[in-house]
Write a protein that binds this ligand. Structure first.
Ligand SMILES: NC(=O)c1ccc[n+]([C@@H]2O[C@H](COP(=O)([O-])OP(=O)(O)OC[C@H]3O[C@@H](n4cnc5c(N)ncnc54)[C@H](O)[C@@H]3O)[C@@H](O)[C@H]2O)c1
Length: 432
């Protein structure tokens, strides 16, 4: 104990995740899972597009066959906002049910988490939102059970303790992080992803890759100060040997399968590979945490002016899909972080499929941003921030928005300040 007391840095890894049911047909086990948890009535949460594809009615029928009553909320917004959360909260007011079922991408799962949080412990919106934007107050206690069925191979929200939302007036994306937000069970069925249009496959798949790369290349847990009490330990602890196992495999899977899933939406092996990658990255980043590309992605999404991703199945409102908002920053961010951990960048390039044999460590590390750019190009991702409508004149505000994401920036393997952020944003304007 004495040796530990003298050591002010972290020595403990906490690895938390949800019980997972993964694989083709996993969603069909929902009725059984609800019965196991003695659920009698649920709020089924989804979005209008998924409802129009018939997915919500299939899941509703499964729930009702298990003898469970359903109230359907099918109006979640893609990339949810303070306003869309309020609409969802208004909808559920006065309705009585035991649990939530979220059927959708991160937008739906996060909306269900917010309905659960603010429905159980009502409070002004900013109460639980991360500091310095909100008050950063912890969730007071346990929430209703939430069963999550992801339909994108993307955010990993089905296993994370996080909600992300857009604060419209502040033109800023931010989040709420608390262990109580983790869903109760994740039913992860690659068959639910077959209908994703290529542009959604690209954006969500690049999100998977960004999660895995950022977590694998984050400031190691052992460099953080040890918290005074276990309760003070944050959900994101930095790269660690347990999360590495998940994130390394996720990088490899995204490298192998994302192009295939993009070009052939019915390639089952590729869909399953991307869903597994998403699950593993979710478990990895849900504990290790993300950093620069995501922290930069929040103002990139929040400050959007008139960008509409061609073919994206959301209303015709300007918005940058989440995965795109992060990946456009990633090559520039990783060029910046190479000096802090060249060996991890080199290993990530190898996992992504680059033949690094014969390269020096520095060459292999530099191959990572190059491989990322090639992948972005291959699956028609935007060519940097310029393609989203940003110019150099936007950089000061983009930097200001990024520097507010301290929860994520502490995870960067190389510390950043305003000056270095300006440099990284300049570098992220155009890649090819
Ligand atoms: N909570 C977390 O841990 C976490 C992590 C990362 C991102 N996020 C958040 O998640 C949101 C993005 O979620 P997302 O990337 O999964 O996309 P999404 O949920 O916004 O879905 C994108 C679009 O694709 C459609 N779609 C989803 N699944 C489909 C399917 N199977 N077939 C056809 N269309 C489908 C949706 O209807 C929507 O129009 C953002 O708000 C982001 O900030 C949350």
């Amino acid at each position: 104990m004495q040796a530990l007391d003298k050591n002010p840095t972290e020595t403990v890894i906490v690895m938390e995740t949800v019980p997972i049911r993964f694989g083709m047909g996993a969603s069909e086990e929902l009725g059984y899972v609800l019965q196991q948890h003695q659920v009698k009535s649920v709020m089924l949460v989804t979005d209008p597009y998924l409802a129009s594809l018939g997915k919500a009615s299939t899941i509703q029928a499964l729930i009702e066959e298990a003898g469970v009553e359903v109230t359907l909320y099918n109006q979640c917004h893609a990339e949810p906002t303070d306003l869309s959360f309020k609409e969802a909260l208004d909808f559920q007011k006065g309705k009585s049910f035991d649990a939530y079922v979220a059927l959708g991408g991160g937008s739906v799962i996060d909306t269900a988490k917010a309905m659960n949080l603010y429905g159980t412990y009502p409070a002004p919106l900013l109460t639980y939102i991360n500091k310095p934007i909100g008050e950063g107050r912890g969730v007071p206690g346990p929430l209703k059970p939430l069963f999550a069925l992801p339909t994108t191979a993307g955010t990993g929200s089905e296993s994370t303790a996080v909600i992300v939302l857009d604060l419209l007036d502040l033109k800023l994306k931010t989040g709420i992080a608390d262990r109580n937000l983790r869903p109760t069970v994740a039913l992860i069925d690659p068959l639910l992803t077959l209908t994703m249009p290529p542009v959604v496959t690209a954006s969500t798949g690049l999100d998977v890759l960004s999660h895995a790369l950022e977590s694998f290349i984050s400031r190691p847990y052992s460099m953080r100060p040890r918290p005074q009490t276990p309760a003070e330990r944050k959900p994101y602890i930095g790269a660690n040997p347990i999360a590495d196992i998940f994130t390394q495999k996720a990088i490899e899977l995204a490298g192998k399968y994302l192009r295939r899933a993009y070009f052939n939406s019915h390639d089952l092996e590729a869909r399953a590979g991307m869903m597994l990658g998403s699950t593993l990255a979710g478990v990895g980043f849900g504990n290790a945490g993300v950093h620069l590309p995501h922290a930069m992605g929040y103002p990139v999404a929040g400050m959007v002016r008139d960008y509409i991703a061609p073919g994206y199945p959301s209303d015709d409102v300007p918005q940058v899909p989440h995965g795109i908002s992060c990946i456009v920053n990633a090559p520039a961010a990783f060029r910046f972080t190479i000096p802090a951990q060249p060996e991890r960048h080199a290993e990530a390039a190898r996992l992504l499929g680059v033949d690094t044999s014969g390269m020096s460590q520095q060459e292999a590390a530099e191959a990572l941003p190059k491989a990322l750019i090639q992948l972005m190009k291959d699956i028609d991702a935007p060519n940097g921030l310029q393609d989203l409508g940003y110019t150099k004149a936007d950089i000061p505000l983009l930097v200001e928005g990024t520097m507010k994401q301290q929860r994520l920036l502490v995870n960067s393997p190389r510390p950043v300040d305003d000056k270095s952020m300006v440099k990284i944003f300049k570098d992220a304007m155009q890649y090819w």
